[in-house]
Design a protein around this ligand. Sequence first.
Ligand SMILES: [Zn+2]
Length: 288
Amino acid sequence: MTLSTKQLFQKAEQGGYAIGQFNASTADQIKAIMKIARALKSPVIIGTSEGERDFLGVRVAVKLLEAYEEETGLPIILNADHTKSAAKAEIALKAGYNSIHFDGSELAYEENVKQTKYVVEMCARFSADISVEGELGFLAGASKIIKEKVEIKPEYYTDPAQALDFVTRTGVDRMAIIIGNSHGISIEEPALDIARLKQTYNLIKGRAVIVLHGGSGIPDAQIKDAIVNGIRKINVNTELRAAFHDTLKKVLNESDETTPYKYLAPAMDAMADIVDNKITLFGSANKV
Ligand SMILES: [Zn+2]
């Protein structure tokens, strides 16, 4: 029997591994991700930010993933990444998304609690199996190559006690925390605050699983350490974008090929290689 969305995260918690969220905005990119998930028999999360899913279309995203689910037999989580309003969450839910990340991290704390709780209750009305992610702390950067140092100030970090209060009051299934991570790949290597992660994990385990955003550009050893200490979902976007873009640019520069499936294939392969490395690193291969 196929595991439900919530059960997939519970299984990751029991097994001590992380499920990768790979962001995409085109059918080609989704195909590249699914090829590897299928080969490695791994649970997988396709992430679409508001901009990515506006481009792809929410109905199209749902139908594409349903087709891949039938074809591969894999459980696929389709996540509405960094959703900033309940109205946007509702659009994704109506289209058939089975996972929502409500990002109220820019709101004042009490307002974040209030709006996140509202979204959790709305999701429950759609289906008992919609996994909801909340976020606390300030996530610096953007999903691109950043040619300067991204400053992560101490006040950006998630406070473990506040994370427990947030999870208890909102009822979220997943908690995105800031422990020195940022979006994008910057020139300086990040240093994750593992002690803070450990503290948060000890407080909220059994209530919610912990999510790491900005998984691009974090050294493998730190990712492994983060998983050992409680991270169960890791978001990867920039590394995929860069691999797809750089390869496509090279191919187009070096040839006059005009057939899309011919000039796109190498870019898809380059992206698939990154997904392959990440799934192996996250430990989710052969977990379905
Ligand atoms: Zn993110």
